[in-house]
Ligand binder design. Structure first.
Ligand code: S3P
Length: 168
């Protein structure tokens, strides 16, 4: 049973774009947890947060993490908050190698402002200070992975190269 490759990390660290390319390169199937939750619920991430609150989103996320823990040969891009529940990490580790993508607050801000992805936890007025505070709050949660990759000033293609090298 081939292990899953699970990308973990704060919003804007490139989990989805790297994950997609990594899956192509390794000829594995790709799952983006947020997109999957949108399919399951029929709602966008923003709508889930707005209509049902973060708690509902976290419970969908937990159910999906449990399910994916029993699957194999997947590249999984998680949502940035998946690490907030220890049971998610345990489930994903069942059959997965956990990789943390990192980036500086400055780089994260640039990326989240550039993309119009649904990120209900990033308010329009947020600057580097707010991102830095959130990163610090979550730092300990991201320490759960097998290895870390710094993504600052790197293209997804370079990050994919680095991951495949580290996996050998
Ligand atoms: C979240 C990150 C988002 C999404 C949701 C909550 C978080 O995913 O799951 O908005 O708590 O960090 P991305 O990391 O893909 O933006």
């Amino acid at each position: 049973m081939g292990k899953n490759i699970v990308l973990i990390g704060f919003m804007g660290t490139g989990k989805s774009s790297v994950g997609q390319r990594l899956a192509e390169k390794l000829k594995m199937a790709f799952i983006d947890m947020d997109r999957e939750i949108e399919k399951i619920t029929g709602l966008s991430i923003n709508q889930i947060f707005r209509k049902h609150g973060e708690i509902r989103f976290r419970s969908e996320e937990k159910l999906l993490a449990q399910k994916l823990g029993h699957e194999s040969n997947l590249v999984i891009a998680t949502g940035g908050g998946v690490v907030l529940r220890q049971e998610n990490i345990e489930a994903l580790r069942e059959n997965g190698i956990l990789i943390c993508l990192e980036a500086s607050p400055e780089e994260i801000l640039k990326r989240v402002k550039r993309k119009k992805a649904s990120r209900p936890l990033i308010k329009k007025e947020y600057g580097e200070e707010e991102i830095k505070a959130m990163l610090e709050e979550r730092e300990a949660f991201y320490a759960c992975t097998d290895f870390r990759i710094n993504t600052n000033n790197k293209e997804p293609r370079e990050i994919v190269e680095e991951i495949t090298r580290r996996l050998r």
